[in-house]
Ligand binder design. Structure first.
Ligand SMILES: Cc1ncc(COP(=O)(O)O)c(C=O)c1O
Length: 382
């Protein structure tokens, strides 16, 4: 199988991730930090290591500000529902993933918040000035994606943070498609909250996500219960990260994540970016001029994730994805990619498009084979 669905989750994982999870399961899989026997301590140390590596990657001022969650969606819910109060106004984009869009729409429909949604510019990036114009006296949060999961264009995070802060609002960034690819320095960019899955560009397994919360910002916990700390207290601990983490964590997954983060550190973000961009570019160039193929990506190659979204004539995107799988053994994703607004903007709603997303482990041959498959399907449909 040629796997080109890395924007959904990365595959394969580096061998060190699988080895770390196996070692953890075989030797250390006790409940972390709850028990003071050696297995419990070792288990807790794996999680502490993942937290420290993640904190270094984001250049967070303090590792305790990194909270582990179930996935990207969970991290976003912890942020949105822990931060927003009734009556708040939120500025967001019209092309967010449903993980941001749906919680906001739910609160909006319940009459608890109001929301302004901004479309991208023609180059498919978000304008800080558009954020400024949309903010009002009541805007408390700007919630935006770092990079679209449909067209891959990366946004100027420091510029967007400045626009939010000038309006007196905090900024929450959905970094699902950017973390492990884009250099995100939470302190330099003055980001208040950054949420992301750990199973895409960080090479952890599914079932892991994380949220960075800047020092001084206290979120209401969504869940309360056991933390293994302050057991004598009737109420949930206030200190981070336990304030926002309750119950036994996905320690197997976080042990794998620590190995994924170590792999990323050794490899370097720049190398990952160069490889994925080069593959996406080679793929798009091979398809340029193929009759019936329309490609949708950002205009600036230096601000583009390894995502190429396309349509073939008026063929249903899911049919194309199924044909690429069954005839060529290539995994890509059709449909709306949980981001209907992005497809509305591109004019590809309601059928969606075919998303081809490259990962660090793909080869030039993968890009070439996929381009040939698309071109053959397109020519056959003429
Ligand atoms: C931009 C974006 N936000 C949020 C998510 C949600 O992440 P998860 O599937 O881990 O909940 C995704 C995943 O596809 C995404 O691409």
């Amino acid at each position: 199988m040629i796997y080109l669905d890395n924007a959904a989750t990365s595959w394969p994982k580096p061998p060190a991730v699988l080895a770390a999870m196996r070692d953890f399961a075989e030797n250390w899989a006790a409940n972390p930090d709850r028990s003071c026997h050696r297995m419990g301590i070792e288990s807790g140390q794996r999680i502490a290591q993942a937290r420290a590596l993640l904190s270094d990657l984001l250049r967070a001022p303090d590792a305790s500000r990194i909270v582990f969650a179930l996935n990207g969606t969970d991290a976003l819910n912890i942020a949105l529902k822990g931060f927003l109060n009734d009556g708040d106004h939120v500025v967001t984009t019209s092309y967010e993933h449903n993980s941001v869009g749906r919680p906001l729409a739910g609160l909006e429909r319940a009459g608890r918040i109001s929301v302004t949604r901004i479309a991208p510019q023609d180059d498919l990036t978000l304008s800080p000035d558009a954020i400024r114009r949309a903010c009002t006296d009541r805007t408390r949060l700007v919630a935006v994606t770092a990079a679209s999961n449909v067209f891959g264009a990366m946004n100027d995070l420091p510029g967007l943070a400045l626009a939010a802060h000038d309006a007196g609002a905090a900024i929450l960034v959905d970094a699902a498609q950017a973390v492990g690819f884009m250099d995100i320095d939470v302190a330099a960019a003055a980001l208040d909250m950054v949420a992301f899955p750990c199973h895409k560009g960080l090479y952890g397994p599914m079932g892991a996500g994380a949220l960075y919360v800047r020092p001084g910002l206290d979120l209401r916990p969504l869940r309360e219960g056991g933390t293994g700390t302050r057991s004598e207290s009737e109420t949930h601990p206030e200190e981070m990260p336990y304030r926002l983490e309750a119950g036994t964590p996905n320690a197997h997954g976080l042990a794998g994540l620590a190995a994924g983060l170590a792999f990323l550190r050794e490899t370097g973000l720049e190398r990952v970016r160069e490889r994925e961009r080069a593959l996406a570019l080679a793929f798009s160039e091979r398809l340029a001029g193929v009759p019936g193929v329309t490609i949708f990506t950002g205009r600036n190659q230096d601000a583009q994730a390894g995502i190429v979204t396309l349509r073939i004539h008026d063929m249903a995107s899911q049919d194309v994805a199924a044909a690429i799988d069954s005839r060529y053994g290539i995994a890509v994703r059709g449909g709306l990619h949980c981001a209907p607004g992005a497809h509305r903007f591109l004019g590809t709603f309601p059928d969606g498009a075919v998303r081809v997303s490259f990962g660090y482990f793909n080869s030039e041959n993968d890009a070439e084979t996929a381009a040939r498959a698309i071109s053959e399907i397109s020519r056959a449909a003429l």
